[in-house]
Design a protein. Structure first.
Length: 488
């Protein structure tokens, strides 16, 4: 009951290729192909189980994430928010899997994480957000959800597992559930340990408010009174999860957001996040800071002090001509690791390169496990308008790839791009020309409006051998937003 199959036949691919949409090779999709992955919503209108506030954008798919099976590189799995609400979250989270390197996709609902996806009783949450998928080295697949209610303050971090490459999913395990009116868990992510299939790590910020949150306020990406980093792990391949716990407290009236773990080849864990100091100004750290924590024992213990990479100097994103807000990854840094040598790469939005006029893509790298970092530099190509919501990954040959959206004119027409560097990536001259992933510019003002036109606080990017696999959301035709895949 949870499946909706989307089949793209070779004959259809050839027709689409004649219109410049797809190119098909003997071994699958060739570079610059573009495939629509998401389809019609599997959810019925009003399935939430309680009256909801805000507007729902039915058949919209936003904020996708993607992963490649290390045990079978032709097996690719992504997930996204399905039927986005203006006031936060979506009716549920939907995944899709491919067994032929991205040519064809089958859509599968993540079951029992919301009322719309089959849950009832205590677990029948009204909405879900922040989808994330990760593969363990043995091919086990994990998905994490932030599930919550609009009608009350109940919220939870849930983990589901697939042992057949995304074809089906287990019922979720509750990693942490909160019902207090002053607490909300936010922006969770999940990472399987590439060095040991028994270990999988979940991490998020847990916002604490001094008084009950105001009703009608979207809970995602909220700024709280306090926002420490929380962590949970499994040491037995997902059979059980240790009790969730706080691993870093930035102090009263400060918080973290956008926590994301990568695993270096030596097994060391690196967690990147935005460290927000609302008042502290020692060493000029007040405001947003790109920071990391580390663990050398599979997350049993963590560094007590955060290492700050640099300031995160976003000014936010608006449609150039109208000034209407666009919700982007403006306060969410992204991290990648080279699985051969352990080099670390971080990207984020920053307005320093335009003297504060608009955001572009900032980049810094470390070759010593995060102790020192290269000078922050711009990696997107200049368009005269904002570039935003960057993602970063490293291919098997050490090539670094960064994707991002950028406005192509003042009215909000937008494209999605990839830029790469094969060596000495701390040198701006080593970055090549950008590749346009989208075939036609799209109108960002057509996207769902969730405190700004919204395609996601993050977008998916993975690697397969020497290829970069993009997994992103865009409006098209009369559709508010759909998820697309390409191999670059």
């Amino acid at each position: 009951m949870y499946k909706k199959i989307i089949v793209i036949t070779i004959s259809l691919l050839l027709v689409l290729a004649s219109f410049g949409v797809l190119t098909v090779g003997a071994n699958g999709l060739m570079a610059d192909s573009l495939v629509q992955v998401s389809g019609t919503s599997p959810f019925s209108e009003g399935c939430n189980g309680a009256p909801q506030s805000g507007d729902v954008y039915l058949n919209s798919e936003v904020e996708p994430w993607v992963a490649v099976n290390p045990a079978d590189p032709d097996n690719i799995v992504g997930a996204w928010q399905q039927d986005r609400w203006s006031t936060g979250g979506a009716n549920g989270l939907v995944s899709a899997y491919s067994t032929d390197g991205g040519q064809n996709w089958t859509q599968v609902t993540i079951p029992n994480i919301t009322a719309c996806s089959g849950a009832s009783g205590e677990g029948g949450y009204e909405r879900a957000s922040d989808p994330w998928v990760t593969f363990a080295p043995n091919g086990d697949l994990y998905h994490i959800s932030l599930s919550f209610n609009d009608s009350n303050t109940n919220n939870a971090v849930l983990v589901s597992k697939s042992t057949n490459g995304g074809e089906s999913w287990s019922d979720p395990i509750t990693v942490l559930r909160d019902t207090a009116t002053t607490v909300f868990n936010d922006k969770e992510s999940i990472t399987a340990d590439r060095t040991d299939a028994n270990y999988v790590y979940a991490i998020w910020d847990r916002l604490v408010f001094p008084t009950e949150k105001a009703r009608g306020r979207a809970p995602e990406r909220a700024l709280g009174y306090r926002g420490p980093t929380w962590f949970a792990r499994t040491t037995d391949g997902g059979a059980s999860w240790e009790e969730a716990r706080q691993i870093y407290d930035p102090g009263e009236v400060n918080q973290t957001i956008g926590n994301q773990i990568v695993v270096r080849p030596n097994g060391e864990l690196i967690n990147v996040f935005n460290l927000i100091y609302n008042f502290k100004n020692a060493h000029k750290v007040r405001g947003y800071n790109v920071a990391i924590l580390s663990s050398s024992d599979h997350g049993a213990s963590w560094s007590s002090k955060a290492t700050i990479i640099d300031k995160l100097q976003t000014v936010g994103v608006t449609i150039p001509d109208s000034g209407d807000p666009v919700r982007t990854g403006d306060i969410i840094p992204e991290i990648a690791v080279d699985h051969n040598n352990g080099n670390l790469y971080v990207v984020w939005q920053d307005a320093r390169f335009s003297d504060g006029a608009y955001d572009e893509v900032a980049f810094s790298m470390s070759t010593d496990g995060g102790s020192t970092w290269s000078n922050t530099m711009k990696v997107n190509k200049s368009h005269g308008f904002a570039a935003f919501t960057p993602s970063v990954r490293v291919s098997s040959d050490g090539t670094v790839g960064v994707t991002y959206y950028a406005f192509t004119n003042g009215s909000g027409m937008t494209d999605y791009y990839l830029v790469t560097c094969s060596s000495d990536c701390g040198d701006p001259a080593k970055w090549g020309n950008e590749t346009r992933v989208t075939k036609d510019s799209f109108d960002m003002t057509q996207a769902p409006n969730a405190r700004g036109f919204f395609t996601g606080d993050y977008e998916g990017l993975a690697t397969n051998s020497g290829d970069f696999l993009t997994f992103f959301s865009q409006p098209h035709g009369s559709d508010k937003a759909s998820v697309f895949f390409s191999r670059q």
